[in-house]
Ligand binder design. Structure first.
Ligand code: GRG
Length: 282
């Protein structure tokens, strides 16, 4: 677990966010059930935790005397929106036309627990509702919406997924650089965006925003490289375990060194990076 207190706070806010009423039309009431099945299925909440910790980082370094609770409240629309988008991506990734996975987090994946149409629609609803939530942000709402759209759309995560699908064909076997590009788009963009949204929700200046973005880029790539190591993914076979671990450790070191720009509020983020590195030891 990356940060128990923030994990639990996010869990509670995600539950509350699903209280929105839907149409009482027969069949439609099921939509919330399908959405919440995946949204509340026990994720680690890495991305929303990053939103909250990066907001706190910025506030502390701008020497603002705001309580952590108040900072988290301001950043919460972004934290929820990013987890909605992440959940949609997992539901769609598990579909038969994508990765065709019957299980996710040890439970039947959405299209198995319900059906394919329900899974597609729940994913669509989560993606759309993410922007509705984010549009209510107190600071920089339009900028935050634009950053999320860039990170998850045609120049971000979806582009990465397209590249990944392209490589499923044996004749398109990717080299290391191609894999790194896929990782940056498919996984890295959303993790980077989580950090950027946190900073924007705290009205970061350009310099801070830039550092937070760099932190997210290194962390995002490190996250996927460690995941490849644990899963013995194709890149692991291409490079060998030792080199892949070195590459992942280098990225997490770079993430840590971007934090040295900040004087305050870095401990929790450093802990998260160490946690990520240690949880991949095998
Ligand atoms: C279908 C548009 C579309 C995109 C899918 C992100 C993605 C793109 C697919 C997810 C599949 C996957 C294995 C991606 C790699 C990133 C990754 C390890 C995701 C899992 O993230 P965690 O570990 O998940 O944070 P939890 O379960 O903790 O929420």
């Amino acid at each position: 677990m990356f940060n128990k207190a923030l994990h639990d706070l996010i869990e509670q806010k995600l539950k509350e966010s699903l209280q929105l009423s839907t149409h009482a039309l027969p069949g439609v009431e099921n939509l919330r059930t399908v959405m919440s099945y995946s949204l509340l299925a026990g994720g680690k909440r890495l991305r929303p935790i990053l939103v909250l910790l990066c907001a706190r980082l910025v506030v502390k370094n701008m020497r603002q005397l705001r309580s952590d609770e108040a900072v988290y409240e301001t950043a919460m629309p972004a934290a929820l929106a990013i987890e909605y988008v992440h959940t949609y991506s997992l539901i769609h990734d598990d579909l038969p036309s994508m990765d065709n996975d019957d299980f996710r987090r040890g439970k039947p994946s959405s299209h198995k627990a319900f059906d394919e149409a329900a899974a597609i629609l729940a994913g669509d609803a989560l993606l759309s509702d993410a922007f509705l939530l984010l549009s209510g942000a107190e600071n920089n709402a339009a900028k935050q919406c634009a950053q999320l759209a860039l990170a998850c759309g045609s120049v971000g995560m979806v582009a990465g997924q397209m590249a990944d699908v392209h490589c499923m064909d044996e004749k398109n076997a990717p080299d290391t650089n191609y894999w790194l590009q896929i990782h940056r788009l498919k996984t890295g963009q959303l993790i980077t965006c989580a950090c950027v949204l946190g900073a924007l929700s705290a009205s970061a200046n350009e310099q801070m925003l830039d550092q937070v973005r760099k932190f997210g880029e290194h962390l995002g790539l490190a996250f996927q490289l460690y995941d490849d190591l644990v899963d013995e993914a194709p890149l692991c076979k291409l490079l060998g375990k030792e080199q892949l671990r070195k590459m992942a450790d280098d990225e997490s070191e770079k993430a840590l060194s971007t934090l040295s720009f900040f004087e305050l509020g870095t401990e929790e983020l450093k802990e998260l990076v160490f946690n990520l590195r240690d949880s991949s030891s095998c």
